[in-house]
Design a protein. Structure first.
Length: 136
């Protein structure tokens, strides 16, 4: 039994328990970070890849460098803010991308109107208000 997530800050959510086993251990390339990553197998052919530090997966070759061929999977998920777009979306690698975000406006959110602004009036800026632009 493994417990993942939820330990850094509130935005990480609650920890999740996974019943599985270690099916691989790899060294990430220096471009991502040079630490040991663990591959946890669970369920029916599922694999969770865990890095010891936050890392942005920007392209499929990151997984290849870990010894994993993402084309062997029907579905894969990446926890990333935006850095994945060029390698997975713009390249056409991913047929479908589903964006998921918590309701709370944590750091890096696209819900900018939910952040606690103290020195700016959002009503003066598009798309949150009706700003008047100078005539050209």
């Amino acid at each position: 039994m493994f417990l993942f997530g939820g330990l850094v800050d509130e935005s990480a959510g609650s920890p999740v328990r996974i019943q599985g086993s270690i099916v691989g251990i790899s060294q990430a390339s220096r471009r991502v970070n040079s630490d040991t990553w663990f591959h946890i197998g669970f369920g029916d052919g599922n694999v969770l890849i865990v890095s010891p530090y936050l890392a942005q997966v920007m392209e499929p070759s990151t997984f290849t460098g870990l010894g994993i061929d993402v084309t062997d999977f029907d579905v894969f998920a990446i926890k990333s803010r935006v850095h994945f777009r060029r390698g997975f979306d713009d390249s056409g690698f991913a047929k479908t991308i589903l964006l998921v975000e918590p309701e709370q406006p944590f750091l890096g959110t696209v819900r900018l109107d939910g952040l606690p602004y103290r020195h700016v009036d959002l009503k003066a800026f598009y798309p949150y208000g009706n700003p008047v632009f100078p005539a050209v």
